[in-house]
Design a protein around this ligand. Structure first.
Ligand code: BES
Ligand code: MN
Ligand code: MN
Length: 463
């Protein structure tokens, strides 16, 4: 392991330069205009994996964006770790809010990151985090200290709900067989605190369309006599929560697994400062379901949020119009045991029941996925705990995150393999937002930590 540190020191600038090459390819999975870039990013990543010492590297076509696979199999009797990550990114807009262009990575120092942070779309989520694995692997191969078999499966559709990856896994079960799936696509509580994510929320994402009159109307001539679908939509959305901020959809909470008082008490021990939380996002007061703390509200409780709402006139100036249609995008974050398909149906039924006769309602389903809880009493998890403890010098804190990586639950179902979520992001990294960044401290900390995972995991499996 000491030889690795020397290797990192010698090559750390090149690691960054290579990551920048990957970041410069705008692999926005949701945008058809970037289809070519998806292939470019996949091929670039494949070539990096090959140069790092992986074999069988290949860009696999799917019905959607390609999957990059590569491996290094020393001995089939050794344990096999499969690294999962994603090379696709969220759209960069609103562009005008970026201080430097999103696909021209730059290192800037900030108050929180005096050592510097990489500013770019994908710097954290997930190019930066995924790339730590490529570089840790490269170093272990170069120094001849890799104690396990390794597979890489890096997809290009995570940010759009991984629509093709389930079928890819079904079709390649043998190739993707492993003992554990290791993922760095989550976060730390803060820079100093080693953290492992032991749960993720599920997701159900819908779009609604409310139609009133058959055309836009003059809001003077018709206003007052005709239902305005925008007014109605706002009213319907407002009725989706009660005064305790509980979701009013009938049956919504039926399958929710309540968390024991003991576990709730434990999760509230995690370092968390409400004042800092408020300050960091510029709010005077937090808000959420009565009876739960902010940590609980954002991890073990299901939620319903508008992600966008539009209709009518939104241009500059004023135009007097009573719109024909109103739209909204709504996400529901789910907890273990809630079925995303069932929740979407319950939503549709309930939402339609809220509509007056004066409008018609259409509900369209976007992506969804199940929540995840990972076991903590396995060698797969323990190895991560030991590795992080080693490099941070502190005891690991397990957390359940509010974010979603729906494919993790599917891995368990299709491949029968559980995941370990050892991520190095920070909530303040502004993923999905303008000025996304990833601190150099966590980038190098991750690269340093990952080899210990392999070392401890192989030792635990031997004993
Ligand atoms: N890496 C994130 C999820 C994440 C971030 C989990 C931080 C925990 C901590 C992932 O890329 C993501 O953005 N997932 C989406 C869901 C997807 C289906 C679009 C999400 O959570 O909104
Ligand atoms: Mn991600
Ligand atoms: Mn993301």
């Amino acid at each position: 392991m000491d030889t690795l540190q020397a290797y990192f020191n010698t090559h750390k600038d090149r690691f960054l330069e290579e990551l920048f090459e990957l970041i410069r390819i705008p692999s926005v999975s949701s945008d058809p205009n970037h289809r070519e870039d998806m292939y470019k990013a996949a091929e670039k990543l494949r070539s990096f994996l090959e140069k790092a010492g992986a074999e069988n590297s290949k860009v696999y076509e799917t019905a959607g964006h390609p999957v990059v696979y590569a491996d290094k199999i020393f001995d089939p009797s050794l344990p096999t770790v499969m690294v999962y990550g994603h090379y696709d990114v969220q759209p960069a807009d609103p562009l005008e809010l970026w201080e430097t262009p999103p696909f021209e990575p730059q290192i800037r120092k900030t108050e929180l990151h005096p050592e510097g942070a990489i500013f770019a779309r994908g710097a954290d989520d997930d190019k930066g985090q995924m790339f730590m694995h490529v570089k840790a692997f490269e170093a272990m191969v170069a120094e001849g200290v890799l104690p396990c078999n390794v597979k890489f499966m890096i997809e290009g559709e995570e940010e759009i709900g991984s629509p093709s990856l389930g079928a890819f896994c079904e079709a390649n079960k043998e190739m993707l067989h492993s003992d554990v799936i290791l993922v760095s696509d989550t976060g730390l509580i803060n820079k100093e605190t080693p953290t492992i994510t032991t749960g993720l929320r599920g997701l159900s994402y819908v779009q609604v369309e409310v139609t009133g009159p058959n055309r836009d109307l003059h809001s003077g001539l018709y206003g007052g006599g005709v239902a305005n679908p925008l007014n109605i939509l706002c009213d319907m959305v407002a009725r989706l929560h009660d005064e305790n901020k509980r979701i009013t959809i009938e049956g919504f909470y039926d399958d929710v697994l309540e968390v024991s008082d003991d576990e709730r008490a434990k999760m509230n021990l995690a370092p968390f400062d409400l004042d800092e939380y408020r300050k960091s996002i510029g709010i005077e007061e937090e808000s959420g379901e009565t009876g739960f703390t902010t940590i609980e509200r954002t991890s073990i409780r299901p939620t319903l949020d508008l992600n966008g709402i539009w209709g009518g006139f939104t241009g500059e100036g004023a135009k007097t119009v009573l719109p024909s249609k109103a739209f909204a995008k709504i996400s529901m974050r789910l907890v273990p045991n809630q079925d995303p398909a069932k929740i979407s149906e319950l939503f549709e039924k309930h939402f339609k029941s809220l509509a007056p006769k004066s409008v018609k309602v259409k509900v369209e389903y976007h992506h969804g996925g199940y929540a995840t809880v990972t076991p903590v009493d396995t060698p797969e998890y323990k190895a991560a705990e030991m590795a992080m403890q080693k490099t941070f010098g502190k005891e690991v804190i397990p957390i359940r995150s509010g974010g979603s990586i729906p494919i993790i639950a599917l891995f368990e179902k299709v491949l029968g393999v559980k995941s370990v979520l050892m991520g190095f992001g920070l909530d303040s990294n502004a993923i999905h937002s303008p000025n996304e960044h990833y601190s150099l401290f966590t980038f190098y900390k991750g690269i340093e930590t990952i080899p210990y995972y392999y070392q401890f995991y192989s030792e635990l499996k031997k004993s």
